[in-house]
Write a protein that binds this ligand. Sequence first.
Ligand SMILES: Cc1cc2nc3c(=O)[nH]c(=O)nc-3n(C[C@H](O)[C@H](O)[C@H](O)COP(=O)(O)O)c2cc1C
Length: 189
Amino acid sequence: MRILVLNGSPRKNGTVANLLKSVVEGISNRHEVEWINVYELKIKPCIACMKCRSNQECTLPQDDAHIVGRKIRDADGLIVGTPTHWGNMSAQLKLLFDRNVPVFMGEKPNGMPYPRQKGKPAVILTACSTPWPFNYIAAESRGAIRAVNEVLHYGGYRLIGKIVKSGTKTRPLISKRLLKKSKIIGNRF
Ligand SMILES: Cc1cc2nc3c(=O)[nH]c(=O)nc-3n(C[C@H](O)[C@H](O)[C@H](O)COP(=O)(O)O)c2cc1C
């Protein structure tokens, strides 16, 4: 199985990246894992021309969004990590998804969406500075998870794990328990 990891944090050694590393550690070495730092990609913004809906691919000049879109399409599983930014996913990760709508969903002639990655396993993880339980009540980390899940849900992915690290400002260390949970989730692939 080919598994693609999207690190949606600008920090390569931040909380999200370290949790992602733990998930990867748990993945059986029978599988092939590719890691992408989304903030290293050169991606032009979506211009909302909507041509991708009939073209099946973004019509902007080829850039990293096309390359990673093909990798997402060809992967058998997906792991998406994002810091919580304004109760949402990070801007660059959102941009990558905006530029790759047809990788996730198709549109029937009557406008109804259908999933293009049906049944593929996926993991979502996030980190936020708001401490528990306000990260959940105020939809901080919950907002970020929901936003990524919106994309994966339309793609038809099967969520096999969610990981949340809250309160990173006052408690930046990732607990052994959460690292263990991340590995266990990685082992579900
Ligand atoms: C632009 C920006 C917006 C943020 N918005 C939120 C937020 O809405 N809620 C929150 O709890 N933390 C927010 N944070 C804090 C990050 O989520 C937090 O520092 C997280 O641990 C970063 O993870 P990383 O080290 O993996 O990048 C924000 C940080 C930045 C840079």
